[in-house]
Design a protein around this ligand. Structure first.
Ligand code: NIG
Ligand code: FE
Length: 418
């Protein structure tokens, strides 16, 4: 077996491997002190404690001294609205004055303003903007990104966004998982006939699936946007033709999105700031992953999802950025993780589990990524700290030093090098 690279003298290696499938604890992931990690053909070959076993070292094996620093699996950002054009800083004064997010949308701003800008943009412009974003994400340790459409809202424009996802996946080291979200808002041209737009989404579903442009289908189930009834109809149609499902549920109003997620069996339910107790029960009973987006709460000045309650009820929790030009314009997953620590009172291990293994599950990739186990991709992050706590203690700082994607160094000393 050709061992290309061995990282050794790792102070703390979070392999992220789940230690017990039956434990409800979010802390049940493997952490080794004074460890090594061997990589072969872009995959994890072996890891352990102490000295590197001699049989692993060949003439051309690269040995990398980690000097007691921290290594974790690559961060998975399992919920983003990556591909779009324009920005919405013009809404900042409104937001500061307390104008609600849904009121801005009702007046043709918000998502609809990004729809106008995205429709005007060329594919090349969308690609370049998203690529710059991905470079920033990579520097924060992100190696896989889920990316939703939803700023086109016509067949042609949704396809344009989804084709950019495909191109980014081909050309950028970060892997992209593509989600069709035609049900992101009712476009202006259907303002007085939202039912007809729902029919239009249902017509789009098989066309996009046939073109193999999206693996997931997502919907903004929210007051004044898509009702529980509309969401049920669209998600059930999507399910029939083979999409995996996600739902923006109970973000602003407690509408029953989580209950619907349980009823239909979506893989994940996103946001959940206003989730009810029945909703939490529905998630737990149907193994729906709660995908929490705390930087959106932080940025909108809203309450946080009741994460501890969900964990105590045995719900599997993932955390992601929700990167988008409106409610959460940040690429900084480390800030998101630091918010989890200070505001949600999650421990470092709980947070790492939420952004690695549980996030991998939220995008149906747990067999390939999410932990540094034998045979999984060698996607990993080296932090410039001597312990895990420091990453959360010294907040607002990017502690990521190096990033490896499938065993190849793509960020070295904080600089992109792919
Ligand atoms: O997840 N809630 C709906 N969609 C995004 C916001 C998109 C936007 O404002 O452009 C979200 O927060
Ligand atoms: Fe979102």
């Amino acid at each position: 077996m050709k061992v290309n690279l061995i990282l050794y003298n790792i102070g703390t290696l979070v392999t992220g491997k789940e230690l017990s499938l039956t434990s409800n604890s979010m802390e049940n992931i493997e952490v080794l002190e004074n460890a090594y990690l061997a990589i072969s053909n872009g995959e994890v070959l072996e890891y352990g404690i102490g000295e590197i076993p001699k049989n692993l070292i060949a003439d051309n094996t690269l040995l990398e001294d980690i000097h007691g620093k921290v290594v974790t699996p690559g961060i998975i950002d399992s919920h983003t609205h990556l591909v779009h054009y324009g920005s919405r800083e013009n809404e900042l004064p409104l937001k500061i004055k307390g104008v609600p997010y849904l009121e801005i949308l009702r007046n043709g701003g918000g998502i609809l303003s990004t729809v106008r800008a995205t429709r005007k943009a060329t594919k090349e412009e969308l690609f370049q903007k998203a690529k710059a974003t991905l470079d920033r994400m990579l520097c924060f340790g992100v190696t896989t990104v889920e990316s939703k459409s939803g700023y086109g809202l016509t067949l042609e424009e949704e396809i344009k966004q989804l084709e950019v996802n495909k191109e980014l996946d081909n050309k950028h080291p970060i892997d992209i998982i593509s989600t069709f979200m035609g049900a992101h808002a009712i476009p202006e041209e259907y303002k007085n006939d939202s039912k007809e737009y729902i029919e239009e989404i249902i017509r789009m579903l098989p066309i996009i699936k046939e073109k193999n442009l999206a693996e997931f289908c997502d919907i903004f189930c929210e007051d004044e946007v898509f009702s529980v009834e509309d969401s049920r109809r669209i998600l059930n149609e999507a399910k029939k033709i083979g999409y995996l499902l996600k739902i923006h549920a109970d973000e602003i109003v407690s509408l029953g999105g989580a209950e619907l997620a349980g009823e239909i069996g979506t893989l994940s339910a996103e946001h959940l700031m206003a989730v009810s107790d029945e909703g939490i029960k529905a998630l737990k009973e149907n193994n729906v992953i709660a995908n929490i987006l705390p930087a959106t709460s932080f940025n909108l000045g809203k309450s946080y999802a009741p994460v501890r309650k969900m964990i105590n009820e045995g719900v599997r929790v993932a955390v992601s950025s929700d990167y988008n030009p409106g409610s959460c314009p940040t690429e900084n997953m480390q800030l998101v993780m630091q918010i989890c620590s200070s505001q949600l009172k999650l421990t470092p291990l709980e947070i790492f589990k939420a952004v690695t293994l549980n996030a991998a599950m939220a995008v149906n990739r747990e067999k390939e990524i999410g932990s540094l186990e034998k045979g999984k991709k060698a996607d990993l992050v080296i932090y410039d700290t001597q312990n895990l706590n420091y990453i959360f203690y010294n907040f607002g700082i990017n502690h990521v030093k190096d990033v490896y994607k499938e065993g190849i160094c793509v960020v070295k000393d904080k600089k992109i090098c792919y």
